[in-house]
Write a protein that binds this ligand. Structure first.
Ligand SMILES: [Zn+2]
Length: 102
């Protein structure tokens, strides 16, 4: 088992629950929390982050700032190592770094 940080869907509090179980109870408001559902929700929330990083990274790349584009690509890949757009940004960002022909 391991504890995961989950947002209570009822009161929005940050709670820690055992991710090997199906459900648990919020220690603040006492409502029942579906743990797997809550974990999936967190992943969906991160998709918004990926989109943000991607648009900032692409803007940086267009401005010729390869280092910054790479930094954002790395942030995307930390969240989702399979993200194709993240890898693409990382590659094109690397190509824009000093010493490379952009
Ligand atoms: Zn709660």
């Amino acid at each position: 088992m391991s504890l995961v940080n989950i947002k209570c869907p009822n009161c929005g509090a940050s709670i820690q629950l055992d991710n090997s179980r199906e459900s648990g109870f919020c220690s603040y408001c006492g409502s029942k929390v579906q743990i797997q559902e809550a974990i999936n929700k967190i992943k969906i929330d991160r998709t918004g982050d990926i989109k943000n990083y991607l648009s900032i990274g692409q803007a940086a790349e267009e401005a010729g700032n390869g280092q910054e584009a790479c930094d954002y690509a790395n942030k995307i890949l930390e969240i989702d190592p399979q993200n194709a757009e993240g890898w693409y940004l990382k590659m094109s960002g690397t190509g824009c770094m000093p010493g490379y022909n952009c």
